[in-house]
Design a protein. Structure first.
Length: 112
């Protein structure tokens, strides 16, 4: 049982906590370096929630077709890709896409 529980907790920490919520912590610094307005920051924050919601709705069907393990790997990959995208975004559109991709990784909550 512990061989399932501990990796699942680690996956939740990486995909949900880091990928979904870390953007808000760094938003003041990101906004200053990319010259974002408050509306742009709010839009990007809403994208993170929208991608999380989309992932939750899609996870049921995706798990049935691809299996729980493959979807968990995809969730972790999207969190990593999204976080790298956030770190290296040169402008608002790239940042928005990266935050959306990072938010998709929160689907692992549905799996555990």
């Amino acid at each position: 049982m512990w061989s399932i529980v501990l990796p699942s907790l680690a996956m939740i920490a990486v995909t949900y906590a880091l990928a979904r919520f870390s953007f808000g912590l760094f938003l003041p610094d990101i906004a200053a370096s990319l010259d974002l307005s408050a509306a742009n920051g709010g839009f990007i924050g809403a994208l993170a929630f929208a991608s999380y919601t989309l992932a939750l709705f899609a996870s049921y069907r995706l798990i049935r077709y691809f299996g729980q393990y493959n979807i968990m790997l995809a969730a972790g990959t999207s969190a990593i890709v999204g976080m790298l995208g956030i770190a290296f975004s040169p402008s608002f559109p790239y940042l928005a896409i990266a935050v959306f991709i990072a938010g998709l990784g929160a689907v692992s909550l549905r799996l555990c």
